[in-house]
Ligand binder design. Structure first.
Ligand SMILES: Cc1cc2nc3c(=O)[nH]c(=O)nc-3n(C[C@H](O)[C@H](O)[C@H](O)COP(=O)(O)OP(=O)(O)OC[C@H]3O[C@@H](n4cnc5c(N)ncnc54)[C@H](O)[C@@H]3O)c2cc1C
Length: 380
């Protein structure tokens, strides 16, 4: 006899855990994770910043609506903060100034977002090569996110509310029987009327397993490099630096640098590994922009960011497969949008809101822009 729950969440990245902790207030929730620990894939491999001008209008609305919760202090994590000041300077060479102007015109809010001339850029980022940047835009609101603490918070909350997390439990079969899903996993078989697909890069595969609508979700690989800071370079207090065309990012962390060539290579879901050429591009681009002697990186890794074609997440019940709920396609902003998106997911699963129209906690968002149906052009 399969163990029975109200809701089974597939995937224990941040998005699965945040939804589980919200739903566990009123339901019996089980989270199934293939890996031996939660957060092993995209959640554990990111840059971990909160950027308010990143992504579509929908993503930006979700990000703003997540700020209050991320700014809170919670006894489950000993009142430690989830956010830390960072700041971001987007830089442009002379040949990229048009892109920088276009970005600045739509970015906000001013004056937290402000134009920097080349000298001001060098004052903010003294490690840039002299003459490299013709101008920049400072986004003072950008914060670091403590992803480990956020994961710990949601895991502690869901467990305190009676939810269960089973790791080493890859879901292999999903069958709808009468009023419930039978969910077969490596750790056992379970059943629940509602299944939440929070499988990150594997969301498309999990959807196919359930016979759900074939949404087009594309995992894209992004490479990251860890670099030691040259002697004498004070990395503390440096803002993050990004090329306006996203050809590189650099951020200091614990006395070191984390960089990326900004690659976005479409690929199949997997335990992503960096391609040597992307690592080489990362080193070249960072050396061209920064006055740093960058040798071989100390560590390299890659992660998958999974996108729907319009760049919005997918959050809603599938129109074809009863009780099958999508929580996927968070792309490059799944950490910073998790508070608002998990609240919306919980409200939709519990039937407290309609799948189209406004959500009171997320000004400027129409829920139809998150619904699986909007990707209907890709349905077979
Ligand atoms: C390099 C990089 C930089 C990023 N930077 C940022 C940033 O600065 N800010 C930000 O907000 N976001 C950032 N992101 C994006 C963010 O990390 C993701 O949007 C977010 O982590 C997605 O979370 P998730 O829970 O959906 O996916 P994941 O963390 O990938 O979790 C999905 C889980 O599902 C499990 N799973 C899959 N299939 C099955 C199955 N059949 N059975 C059981 N379990 C299964 C997987 O093992 C995995 O643990 C970045 C991502 C990358 C890769």
């Amino acid at each position: 006899m399969a163990e029975a729950y109200d809701i089974i969440v597939i995937g224990a990245g941040l998005c699965g855990l945040a939804a589980a902790s919200a739903l566990a207030e009123r339901a019996r929730v089980l989270v199934l994770e293939r890996e031996p620990q939660p957060g092993y894939h995209a959640t554990g491999r990111g840059t971990a910043v909160m950027q308010f001008n990143q992504g579509s209008q929908v993503v930006q609305a979700l990000t703003r609506a997540s700020l209050a919760e991320l700014s809170g202090h919670y006894r489950e994590i000993e009142d430690l903060p989830l956010l830390a000041p960072r700041g971001l300077v987007r830089v442009a060479r002379a040949d990229q100034l048009d892109q920088l102007h276009r970005f600045f015109d739509t970015a906000g809010p001013k004056p937290l977002c402000r134009w920097l001339d080349s000298e001001e850029v060098r004052l903010w980022v003294p490690i840039l090569r002299p003459g490299y940047a013709a101008a920049g835009v400072l986004e003072a609101e950008v914060r670091d996110i403590h992803v480990g603490r956020l994961m710990a918070l949601h895991q502690a909350r869901m467990e305190a509310r009676g939810a269960r997390l089973v790791c080493g439990a890859e879901v292999t079969t999903l069958l709808r029987r009468t009023n419930a899903w039978q969910v077969a996993s490596e750790a056992g078989t379970y059943q629940a009327p509602v299944v939440i697909n929070a499988a990150g890069a594997w969301a498309g595969q999990v959807g196919a397993m359930a016979g759900a609508s074939p949404l087009s979700l594309t995992p894209k690989r992004r490479t990251a490099l860890s670099l030691s800071a040259p002697p004498g370079v004070d990395v503390a207090g440096l803002p993050m630096v990004a090329d306006i065309d996203a050809c590189f990012f650099l951020k200091s962390e614990n006395g070191r640098f984390k960089g990326t060539p900004g690659d976005d290579t479409p690929c199949l879901p997997s335990d992503a590994r960096p391609a040597p050429l992307d690592v080489a591009k990362g080193v070249d681009r960072l050396m061209a922009a920064f006055d740093l002697k960058i040798g071989q990186p100390d560590a390299v890794w890659a992660g998958l960011r999974t996108f729907a074609a319009d760049g919005n997440p997918v959050c809603g019940f599938d129109p074809r497969a009863q009780g099958f709920f999508w929580l996927a396609g968070q792309g490059e902003t799944g950490i910073q949008t998790a508070p608002a998106l998990s609240r919306i997911a919980a409200d939709l699963v519990e039937g407290r809101i309609a799948p189209a129209g406004r959500h009171p906690a997320v000004p400027g968002l129409d829920l139809a822009d998150l619904a699986p149906e909007r990707l209907s052009a890709s349905f077979a």
